[in-house]
Design a protein. Structure first.
Length: 302
């Protein structure tokens, strides 16, 4: 997308909200990263972005609503891009979301300030999750069937003379369900996808369980598998206050990659909303070079 279009995405939302006398809320945050990676080829990188969000309640009439969101990422040493750009309408029982967004996460990784596997492997049930970059249509129908129980049916479709980037999804159907009772949250979903690489329709599924140990502490366990891709991933993670740690085992064919990652956020100079987060990711795999990544992230919510 061009920069003109990216800026227009936020401007259009603001204009639409103004016309509809909507309630618009703006927020922004700054994120700066310094990353050192030690692998077959060492690297040192510095980057970051400013994220500007506009959330609008375009219509609220009885039980019916129309909401929208636009997020613009302004890269410090990279191109600017749109992160979220969606509209959602419905009521407390059923709703439909269309645009650029992320659907239900079937493999939450929690505090992944840096998570850098030694090589690409595994399957995490996220092929049809969203935030596509190749022009695919993405919609998700949501149904709140009972207190704590929500069904979601995601659909991805790509029709263009030029095929999307290699490996991108052309067609996806992604039903998923989440159930929360007390401190326990269960998630399950299935993906049927065609990547347009001549392999035809392939499938996979994901399962996840999370438990709130306290107000600021939670644990997750995840599993995803695609027999068509001969790939699977299993992981567990824990967040306790400002600290987070996780482990993921990714497997594709005979290649297995084990990755451990951790991070801790410290308040920065006592400034409200400002944090500095050192993080580490250590990964090793069969027949590939080990990889260790260190990152220091500065974050400020304003």
């Amino acid at each position: 997308m061009s920069k003109t279009f990216k800026l227009a995405a936020v401007a259009a939302l603001c204009a639409a909200a103004a016309v509809a006398h909507a309630d618009v809320k703006f927020d922004a945050n700054f994120e700066g990263d310094t990353t050192n990676t030690s692998a077959a080829t060492d690297s040192f990188k510095s980057g970051g972005r400013i994220e500007v969000n506009a959330n609008a309640e375009l219509l609220k009439q009885g039980d019916n609503f129309v909401n929208a969101r636009a997020s613009l990422l302004l890269g410090l040493n990279a191109d600017s891009t749109v992160d979220d750009a969606w509209i959602q309408f419905g009521n407390s029982s059923v709703d439909l979301k269309i645009g650029r967004f992320e659907a239900l996460d079937l493999f939450p990784v929690a505090k992944d300030t840096v998570l850098d596997p030694a090589t690409g492997a595994g399957y995490r049930a996220n092929i049809g999750r969203g935030r596509f970059k190749d022009g695919q249509f993405h919609g998700a129908l949501g149904l709140n069937a009972a207190p704590g129980l929500r069904f979601e049916l995601g659909v991805v479709n790509y029709k263009d003379g030029t095929p999307p980037a290699s490996g991108a999804a052309e067609q996806v159907v992604r039903p998923a369900v989440s159930y929360t009772t007390g401190d326990l949250t269960l998630r399950a979903g299935f993906e049927s996808f065609d990547k347009g690489l001549g392999a035809g329709t392939q499938t996979g599924y994901g399962l996840s369980a999370g438990y709130m140990l306290a107000k600021d502490a939670a644990v997750n366990v995840n599993y995803a598998n695609s027999s068509d891709l001969d790939a699977s991933s299993v992981g567990a993670n824990l967040v306790y206050g400002p600290a987070g740690i996780g482990y993921i085992k990714d497997k594709t064919g005979a290649t297995t990659v084990d990755t451990v990652y951790a991070a801790y956020s410290f308040p920065l100079l006592g400034v409200k909303g400002a944090f500095i987060t050192p993080a580490i990711s250590v990964s090793s795999g069969d027949g590939v070079a080990d990889k260790t990544a260190l990152r220091v992230r500065l974050n400020y919510q304003f």
